[in-house]
Design a protein around this ligand. Structure first.
Ligand code: NAD
Length: 416
């Protein structure tokens, strides 16, 4: 099943529970706009290019933007730079953004973009030209009240700064509000870097209470100690949870007596991987998902918990901090085992929420402190969890279906 087919299956399940009319469902499945375009880039002359080209030739990359639904506000969603970016994936991601912004009830819609490129093969100057060219192709179709892109896989605050600058040159709009995820000195928001982990931590705190667990007795494994996983693990440890497992792309480590994410990160930076931490059990990258714990937090890649390993997961809760870490087949197995899966569209929505705060600050020409940002983020995440939980209890559905039902209902109300 492709990513988009998977997304549409999730929509069908929620729509059926809500008793939606098929004409409404058809409209929900239809992206508002699809842009597909060439992004030509002049490659650097010899010496200036990691790719070693020496003739200043032009190379054509393929760019996308899908504006899925704006019933609740401007399209919102990242731009991904990856060799495997394709239209099916961008459409699915754009749809999920519409769901995510509706789950946390922020006045934004859903969109996503991308360029089919391996950015590691480009020099910095080539990357800048590529990013500016994407904006030249799209600037008439984006804007603070229209479509607000952000970073995604392999796109950075620096890339957002180039894009915002190009947009300002082309349109004269210097608010910076067309792109979020910018560096702090270019209109970025305090708290954005840790926002996704922070939001996930509030959600963890809520579900633990619902399941009558308490932090000190709750063992947590985090797969992927990157931006999201590291901040999440740090906050969880500070909140009294026991982090018993951590991993990165080279493998994992497990210690039933607890790990200190800061210390593990220090070793990773010094020696290249968490697996170089001494005095702990070494575990394979996928095997870590099957170790004893109460809360399993996939925070790395999609499709990690599958029909092959779901039956061996021992956690009581899976908190999806990565996008799409659980396949639909695995979802069913986990549900049958009584494991609560907190879906990505809720668990990792702290990132888009703080992106929305950045947009708001830019439009009002304000700069909020980190404390102000967190004070606004916390109630949004906690209340969103409670609304999803209430829907889950009221309709007897799993948390993913509940989140989709809540979001779809809000989108349909706005469409009407
Ligand atoms: P990142 O690149 O900072 O970190 C990814 C981490 O995963 C790295 O530590 C990497 O070593 C590890 N990893 C890679 N392959 C692995 C494997 N096979 N097993 C274990 N670990 C592996 O990325 P990120 O920004 O932390 O994003 C992680 C996930 O969260 C992605 O799915 C992303 O789409 C999602 N997400 C991120 C944000 C955000 O604000 N950054 C927001 C919402 C969702």
């Amino acid at each position: 099943m492709s990513a988009f087919e998977n997304a549409m299956r999730q929509l069908d399940i929620a729509a059926e529970k809500l008793g939606l009319d098929s004409s409404v469902v058809d409209k929900l499945k239809q992206p508002d706009n699809i842009f597909e375009f060439d992004v030509p880039v002049r490659m650097s002359a010899k010496g200036g290019s990691a790719s070693g080209r020496d003739d200043g030739s032009e190379k054509i990359f393929h760019g996308y933007r899908v504006q899925f639904n704006n019933a609740r506000g401007p399209y919102k969603g990242g731009i991904r730079y990856h060799p495997q970016v394709d239209l099916d994936e961008v459409k699915a991601l754009a749809f999920w953004m519409a769901i995510k912004t509706a789950v946390v009830d922020i006045p934004m819609g859903g969109g996503k973009g991308g360029i089919e490129v391996n950015p590691k093969e480009l020099s910095l100057a080539e990357l800048e030209r590529l990013s500016r060219e994407w904006v030249r192709k799209m600037y008439e179709h984006i804007g603070p009240k229209v479509d607000v892109p952000a970073p995604d896989v392999n796109t950075t605050p620096q890339i957002m700064a180039w894009m915002a600058d190009e947009y300002a040159k082309l349109t004269g709009d210097t608010t910076g509000a067309t792109f979020t995820g910018k560096p702090l000195d270019k209109g970025g928001s305090e708290g954005r870097e840790a926002a996704t982990g922070q939001g996930g931590f509030y959600v963890l705190d809520e579900i633990i209470k619902k399941l009558s667990l308490n932090p000190t007795d709750t063992r947590v494994i985090v797969q992927g100690i990157g931006n999201v996983g590291y901040h999440f693990a740090q906050l969880a440890r500070q909140g009294g949870y026991k982090i018993v497992g951590l991993s990165d792309s080279k493998g994992g480590i497990y210690n039933p007596n607890g790990l200190d994410p800061e210390e593990v990160m220090r070793v990773k930076k010094e020696k290249g991987s968490v697996i170089n931490v001494d005095g702990v059990e070494k575990v394979g990258g996928l095997a870590i998902l099957q170790k004893e714990c109460d809360v399993l937090v996939p925070a790395a890649l999609e499709n990690q918990i599958t029909a092959d390993n779901a039956a061996r997961v021992k956690a009581k809760v899976i908190l999806e901090m990565a996008n799409g870490p659980t396949t639909p087949e695995a979802d069913k197995i986990l549900h049958d085992k009584g494991i609560s899966v907190v879906p990505d569209v809720l668990a990792n929505a702290g990132g888009v929420t703080v992106s929305y705060f950045e947009w708001e600050q830019n439009l009002k020409n304000e700069h909020w402190t980190e404390a102000e940002v967190l004070a606004k983020l916390e109630p949004i995440m906690r209340e969103s969890f409670r609304a999803v939980w209430d829907t889950h209890e009221e309709h007897g559905v799993d948390l993913r279906t509940a989140a989709f039902m809540l979001a779809v209902k809000r989108i349909v109300e706005a469409m009407k």
